[in-house]
Design a protein around this ligand. Structure first.
Ligand SMILES: *Cc1c(COP(=O)(O)O)cnc(C)c1O
Length: 363
C-alpha cells in the first residue's frame, strides 16, 4: 500500500487517511477459518461498526468471500449491516431482544441472542415465529442465561427451536488460564444432547484448539491481524497530514504547558490529529509517528486536534506521517497506551477518511 494520495480532493487534505485492506482482512478470515475443521462454520464479528473500521464495507467484502454469519452488538448496527450485505446472510445480535428492539429485529431480520428468561418470553410473545439464539453464562457473568435459569427453562426453550446456543470465554487470550477449560466443561454440561448448533470461540478461542470450536467460531479482532492472532496480516495504515512545519531555536517550548523544550535547534511538524481522534494523551512522551521507516517522536502534550512531532531526522518535509504502519502496529500503540488493540481501534473515531483497497471481487 503506497502512500499515494494524489487523487484525493484538497478538501480532505487536513483529514487523516485510514487505509483498510479488505483483501488482507479476507485473507486473515481465511487463515482463521483454516484453523478449525471444515465442518465448523467461521463467522465474523462486526460490532461497533466493525471495530470502527466500517462494518458495511468489511461485511460486503467478507460476504463476497463466503462468510454467511455475522455478529453485531446493537440493533442499529444490525440494520446498517443488513442494508449493505443483503438478505442472504444471518446477522446475530449480541444484545438480545430488549424492550425497544422488537421492530428492528423483525424488519432487519436479526437473530437475537436471548440472554435471560425475560428476553425469551418477550421474544415468544412479540415475534413468535422469528428465529432466535441463546446465550449461556458459563462463568463470565456478563451476558447470558445463568445456569439455574437455564435448567429451569431449558425444555421450553428447546421446544421453541433456537438456531444456536452460544457462550463467551473470559480468558481466551491467556491459553494457560484454568477458566478456559472450566467454561468449556460448563458449556458442554449445559448443552450436550440438545442437538442445537453450538458456538464458544472468538479469536482467542479459535487459537485454543479444536475442542473449543464446536459448530461455529466468531472471530473479530483476528480479522485485523492484531493479538492474539499475531500471525495475521497487517490490514491498516493510518496516515496523518502535516499542516505546518517550522524550525525552532534551542530553548523554544512546544505545546500546552510548555511540556517540551527544544534541547537544540529543531525542525518540528504540526499534525492534524489529536486526542479527539483516539491518540490518547497517555501516549505523550512515548509515541512516534513514522515517515516510512524513520521514527519522528511526538513532542510535548497531545492536543484535541493536533500534535507536534520532531522531524529533524528527515531530509525533506513530509506531507503525511503514519501512526499505524508496518513499523508501528495497533498492538504496539495499545501497549504504550496501557490498553488493548480493541480500544485503540474503536477510539479512532469518525474523522478519518476511510479508503478501502480493491475488493476480493476484483482479484
Ligand atoms: C466481541 C465478541 C466476539 C469477538 O471477539 P474477538 O476477541 O474480537 O475475536 C465474539 N463473541 C462475542 C460474544 C463478543 O462480544
Amino acid at each position: 500500500m503506497a502512500n499515494d494520495f494524489s487523487n484525493i480532493s484538497p478538501i480532505c487534505m487536513s483529514t487523516g487517511i485510514l487505509r483498510i485492506s479488505l483483501r488482507n482482512i479476507a485473507q486473515n478470515w481465511t487463515m482463521l477459518n483454516a484453523l478449525s475443521a471444515p465442518d465448523v462454520e467461521t463467522g465474523a464479528v462486526l460490532k461497533a461498526d466493525g471495530y470502527s473500521l466500517g462494518a458495511s464495507e468489511i461485511g460486503k467484502s467478507l460476504f463476497q468471500h463466503g462468510v454467511r454469519s455475522f455478529f453485531v452488538a446493537r440493533p442499529d448496527e444490525g440494520i446498517q449491516l443488513r442494508n449493505s450485505i443483503g438478505k442472504n446472510a444471518k446477522i446475530y445480535l449480541f444484545s438480545g431482544h430488549t424492550e425497544y428492539s422488537t421492530e428492528i429485529i423483525n424488519d432487519a431480520v436479526l437473530i437475537p441472542f436471548l440472554n435471560s428468561p425475560k428476553q425469551f418470553f418477550r421474544h415468544l410473545k412479540n415475534l413468535p415465529n422469528a428465529p432466535f439464539a441463546i446465550q449461556l453464562d458459563t462463568g463470565m457473568s456478563r451476558l447470558g442465561f445463568m445456569p439455574s435459569d437455564w435448567i429451569k427453562h431449558k425444555n421450553e426453550i428447546l421446544n421453541a427451536s433456537p438456531c444456536m446456543i452460544m457462550s463467551h470465554l473470559a480468558c481466551a487470550d491467556t491459553p494457560e488460564h484454568p477458566m478456559n477449560e472450566s467454561q468449556r466443561r460448563n458449556f458442554i454440561a449445559m448443552t450436550d444432547g440438545t442437538n442445537i448448533p453450538r458456538s464458544l470461540a472468538a479469536t482467542g478461542g479459535i487459537l485454543l484448539g479444536q475442542e473449543y470450536h464446536f459448530d461455529l467460531v466468531r472471530p473479530g479482532i483476528g480479522l485485523y491481524g492484531a493479538q492474539p492472532f499475531g500471525q495475521g496480516k497487517d490490514t491498516l495504515i493510518l496516515s496523518l497530514p502535516v499542516i505546518q512545519t517550522r524550525t525552532i531555536p534551542k530553548g523554544a517550548q512546544v505545546g500546552y504547558g510548555g511540556a517540551w523544550t527544544a534541547p537544540k535547534e529543531s525542525t518540528i511538524a504540526t499534525i492534524s490529529a489529536g486526542y479527539a481522534d483516539g491518540i490518547t494523551r497517555i501516549l505523550q512522551d512515548r509515541l512516534e509517528l513514522w515517515a516510512g521507516q524513520i521514527a519522528c517522536p511526538i513532542l510535548g502534550r497531545i492536543s484535541m486536534d493536533v500534535v507536534c512531532v520532531d522531524i529533524s531526522a528527515l531530509d525533506k518535509k513530509p506531507k503525511y506521517l503514519d501512526l499505524i504502519s508496518p513499523y508501528q502496529s495497533i498492538d504496539d500503540i495499545a501497549e504504550k497506551a496501557h490498553t488493548i488493540s480493541y480500544e485503540i481501534l474503536t477510539s479512532l473515531g469518525t474523522r478519518f477518511r476511510h479508503i478501502y483497497d480493491n475488493t476480493i471481487a476484483e482479484q
